[in-house]
Design a binder for this molecule. Structure first.
Ligand code: ATP
Ligand code: MG
Length: 636
């Protein structure tokens, strides 16, 4: 007769739907469309066998390298058993006390002291039972929490191992929710199992055995049958009313999603004066929740009532059977009291059964999603025997590389170029021609279709990815910052850098001055994704952290595109200084920033259409010369 309810807006741990895409992108479109949000199911959100899921969990509760935790696990089981044994004797002791008072039973002529002793023993047994139960929680918390931490950490690490493709296809919110729900699910399942399901199962058998020994088979059988009937009834009804819970959770998420999406699009709503439209959409979800919540409560009452009927029926039946025996003297009043006490004792924890069943089921589903995540394979694994990349001068070569993100669309065609150690190569070309893709290939976020990429003659596929990525620094086209301080974000390039080094890097990136003008200086927090900084400021933070990383190979992807001309030329000088003796790739739209590059390649639709130094390309009077002249004109 316990039920948890959640109100709209507060996401329940067992809510089962994912937030639809448009809440993440926050586009104006979603404010206009009236359709209900789609709930795309990610591949890891598939249901499987819940028994297998439970067994998988066991692996974390029985950790191989931790004998002490295994011991605690065993002791927990013993403590639970002890708790139930002590609990099972209490009615017997109490019955004996009752009989002694009435002058029958084992001690028909007991002294007051003995009866008080019996009552004390009764209290003691209760206390010991409770103590054992507390002991079992205390023992188990070590095992359970360790297991939860291990799973969460393993999943988190695994997510970072998975390919960029996986993450681009997923919503980050969905992934973090999968971990959050998964760990919560484990917690629920464990709590319900150790403090409800397992003790109750023990209790059913212990009590049945005691009834069998003391009062005969018929009492044991009736008790056992009513309890089992109670369980079957509860599970069946819970299963039936699960749909209302699910509906509650879904409409709850839907309401949350709509509210969040609408508030994210605050400005758009105002631009179009669509407040009423938004309210109607939100109310639609609220209405759904309202009716689901009502149905859920009504069906819960029905469940509880049915349970009550079974309990009352069992009690009346057994006590009714006992009455003639008590009257005829076959049974004592104490026995009568004991039977009643046993039944109440059994039924009490069963009250939670519907709730426990539902939570365990949902917990298992949530756990399963998390375990499924762990089984997603890495798309780009390190090959067996991969070694750290040895960089000496850092010659970089793309050897007739073919590549596409998806099989049906090739992006890079026969791309072939070499950057000699310490030289700078500029890549220019129209939007979508594949420039940033080259950077992603260099970081080995994807593998080539054909050809190969080499650093100092070592194919990227033969070296470890972490050493490879350690050797390259990138200032990406769009910089996203951690929601922390400016200092933290710059130091991310090299977390053990000293404060002086951080400041030096900031000076080179032309952002020190700006930071010093902020009231909180380097301790200024940059906001979610760094959005409290302007695009140009973010870009300079990103430059600073790459300078701090001090890699052998540098890659600037439109690193100064968001800056005004003055700041850009100031920063160009620093960038030139930083990249002087380093192999550097520069991707740029503004050709004036690449005139000094040792070589320039012009990319169009993933093919190199021209190649050469600035002046040579101008003389050729081809694509590059054309681009150059039109940009010069535009500048004038
Ligand atoms: N993850 C992806 N999955 C599928 N296609 C992609 C993916 N990323 C990029 N593309 C496609 O690959 C092509 C090349 O993209 P890329 O980002 O390399 O262009 P770019 O030359 O850097 O353009 P811009 O100058 O606009 O930055 C584009 O047509 C783009 O749509
Ligand atoms: Mg790009």
């Amino acid at each position: 007769m316990t039920d948890t309810t959640s109100t709209p807006g507060q996401t329940n741990a067992s809510a089962s739907s994912a937030v639809p895409k448009n809440s993440q992108t926050g586009t104006a479109k979603s404010g206009q469309s009236g359709g209900s949000p789609e709930t795309p199911k990610a591949s890891y959100e598939r249901d499987g066998n819940q028994l297998i899921t439970a067994l998988k969990l066991l692996r974390y509760l029985w950790p191989a390298q931790r004998p002490r935790l295994r011991l605690l696990f065993v002791l927990t089981g013993l403590a639970i058993l002890m708790g139930q044994l002590f609990l099972a004797v209490t009615p017997l002791v109490f019955a004996t006390a009752v009989d002694s008072v009435g002058g029958e039973g084992w001690f028909p002529s007991a002294s007051i002291a003995l009866i008080i002793g019996l009552v004390t023993a009764f209290g003691l047994a209760r206390l010991l039972s409770q103590a054992s139960q507390e002991l079992s929680s205390a023992l188990f918390i070590f095992v359970g929490q360790n297991g939860i931490r291990t799973v969460a950490l393993e999943t988190f690490r695994h997510l970072h191992q998975l390919s960029l493709r996986f993450h681009l296809d997923r919503q980050t919110g969905g992934l973090s929710r999968a971990i959050e729900r998964g760990t919560k699910g484990i917690e629920f399942v464990l709590r319900m199992m150790t403090f409800n399901l397992i003790p109750t199962t023990f209790a059913i058998f212990i009590v049945s055995a005691i009834l069998l020994l003391n009062f005969g088979a018929i009492y044991a059988i009736i008790t056992f049958v009513t309890v089992v009937g109670y369980i079957i009834y509860t599970i069946a009804v819970t299963e039936w009313r699960l749909k209302y819970r699910r509906m509650m959770n879904e409409t709850d998420s839907e309401a949350t999603t709509k509210a969040v999406d609408s508030l994210l699009n605050y400005e758009t709503v105002k631009y179009f004066s669509n407040e009423d439209h938004e309210a109607v959409r939100y109310d639609g979800a609220l209405k759904g929740y309202e009716s689901a919540a009502v149905n859920s409560q009504l069906s819960l009452s029905l469940l509880n009532l049915g349970q009550g009927v079974i309990i009352a029926g069992g009690l009346v039946l057994l006590l009714g059977m006992a009455v003639p025996q008590v009257v005829s003297g076959e049974m004592t009043v104490g026995d009568f009291v004991a039977i009643q006490a046993y039944l109440i004792q059994l039924y009490l924890p069963l009250n939670f059964l519907g709730f426990a069943y539902r939570e365990i089921k949902q917990g298992l589903v949530d756990m399963e999603y998390m375990f499924n995540l762990l089984e997603v394979e890495r798309e780009v694994p390190d090959r067996e025997g991969a070694v750290p990349v040895m960089v000496d001068g850092a010659q970089l070569a793309f050897r007739t590389v073919d590549f596409g993100y998806n099989d049906d669309r090739q992006i890079l065609h026969q791309l072939d170029f070499t950057v000699e150690p310490g030289k700078t190569l500029a890549i220019v070309g129209p939007s979508g021609s594949g420039k940033s893709t080259i950077g992603r290939m260099l970081f080995r976020f994807y593998d080539v279709w054909a050809g190969g990429i080499e650093i100092d003659g070592q194919d990227l596929r033969d070296v470890t990815q972490s050493s490879l990525r350690g050797a390259i620094g990138i200032v990406p086209q769009d910089t996203v910052l951690f929601n922390d301080t400016i200092a933290y974000n710059i130091a991310y390039g090299r977390p053990n850098a000293s404060q002086e080094e951080v400041i030096k890097a900031a000076e080179l990136a032309q952002i020190h001055q700006f930071i010093m003008e902020l009231p909180e200086g380097y301790d200024t927090r940059v906001g979610e994704r760094g959005l409290k900084l302007s695009g140009g400021e973010r870009q300079r933070v990103s430059i600073a952290r790459t300078i701090l990383k001090d890699p052998a190979i540098l890659l600037f992807d439109e690193a100064t595109s968001a800056l005004d001309t003055d700041t850009e030329s100031a920063i160009q000088a620093s960038l030139a200084a930083v990249s002087r003796d380093r192999t550097t790739l520069v991707i740029a739209h503004r050709l004036s920033t690449v005139v000094d590059a040792d070589e320039i390649i012009v990319l169009d639709k993933g093919k190199i259409v021209e190649k050469g130094a600035h002046h040579a390309l101008l003389e050729r009077n081809g694509v590059y010369a054309h681009m150059w002249h039109s940009q010069q004109e535009a500048d004038e």
